[in-house]
Design a protein around this ligand. Structure first.
Ligand SMILES: O=P(O)(O)OC[C@@]1(O)O[C@H](CO)[C@@H](O)[C@@H]1O
Length: 305
């Protein structure tokens, strides 16, 4: 079972305008979607849709916390959250004619006792894989993530920003940086595929057994102990890119739960992302045929290591 820990969940509010945003103008629309979000929660949703066993955990509080909990219950996603005495945040994505704007709140204050309870919750669930996804709310530190990594007999995956990846200390099973996170985590310039491979290999050498790099329109890379694999992005219509990185991680983790190979895990990550970008916000698209591998994704071995 995969336990996803989202320290900083969110209600994701995705709102669409057919015009560019302008200061001082009241923009109005009928097109708004509210979903339960936060990177780990998205992974739990997508992994469950990929027929793997997942439970969502993390901190929830207040009205938005109740919304997230109710929405997951309604969607049949198993969850085991720590209730906190502070309000879960609301994150807004504005899709306007002039671009995609992402407005994220830093989140509620978490206490040391909340973190203790989270560690106990993780231990009680006895997952095979524990994923920590997204930003850390005020009051929670990277030392707490390393503590979660070491608190049980699980492999630990992280879907966190580059500034976090640079500082984590424990040994990790897999991380999933995007291009800018690769750059931040390593201090390198990451423009070409060769740059991305060099940065991902550096993270691998620092203690991440698998480095799954999502490169947007340039596809994804997987660095393992023995090889570097590459898969192109699919040519699909993009509504927005929110949740795309979470989808790459979800495809990878679900494939591993199903006992599939490294190449198939990369393939499933890319396929899942290609579906998630086609729906607004962090809604779950139809993923049934991702499992049957009907859409061909060419995975190539860039080199053996
Ligand atoms: O502020 P964080 O924790 O880095 O990111 C949170 C978030 O933007 O990431 C998800 C998409 O990846 C959304 O569901 C959510 O709103």
């Amino acid at each position: 079972m995969i336990l996803t820990v989202t320290p900083n969940p969110a209600v994701d509010h995705t709102i669409h305008f057919d015009e560019p945003l302008q200061p001082g103008v009241v923009h109005r629309t009928d097109d708004a979607v509210f979903t339960a979000g936060g990177k780990g929660i998205n992974v739990a949703k997508y992994v469950s849709a990929l027929d793997a066993d997942a439970t969502a955990s993390g901190f929830l509080g207040g009205h938005f916390g109740k919304f997230v909990r109710d929405r997951l219950d309604a969607d049949g996603i198993a969850s085991d959250f720590v209730t906190v005495d502070a309000d879960t945040r609301l994150n807004t994505t504005v899709l306007a004619e002039d671009g995609e704007y992402k407005l994220n709140h830093n989140g509620p204050q978490i206490r040391a006792a909340d973190v203790d309870e989270l560690v106990e919750t993780a231990q009680a669930n006895e997952p095979d894989t524990l994923l920590v996804g997204g930003s850390l709310p005020p009051g929670m530190s990277l030392a707490d993530v390393d503590r979660l990594a070491r608190a049980g007999d699980w492999q630990i995956a992280v879907d966190m920003g580059g500034e976090y990846l640079a500082e984590l200390d424990a040994d990790y099973y897999v991380c999933k940086p995007n291009r800018s996170e690769l750059a931040t985590a390593t201090g390198r310039t990451v423009e070409t595929e060769a740059d991305a491979i060099a940065a991902a290999e550096e993270l691998h050498a620092r203690g991440f057994e698998y480095v799954l790099a999502s490169l947007g329109a340039d596809g994804a890379l997987l660095v393992t102990d023995s090889e570097v694999l590459s898969a192109p992005a699919l040519d699909v219509e993009v509504v927005d890119t929110v949740g795309a990185g979470d989808a790459v991680m979800s495809g990878f983790l679900a494939a591993r739960e199903h006992g599939l190979s490294d190449a198939d895990a990369l393939r499933m990550g890319v396929l899942t992302a290609s579906r998630v970008v086609g729906v607004a916000g962090t809604r779950v698209p139809h993923l049934e045929d991702v499992l049957t591998n009907e859409t061909h994704v060419e995975v190539t071995t860039v080199r053996s290591r």
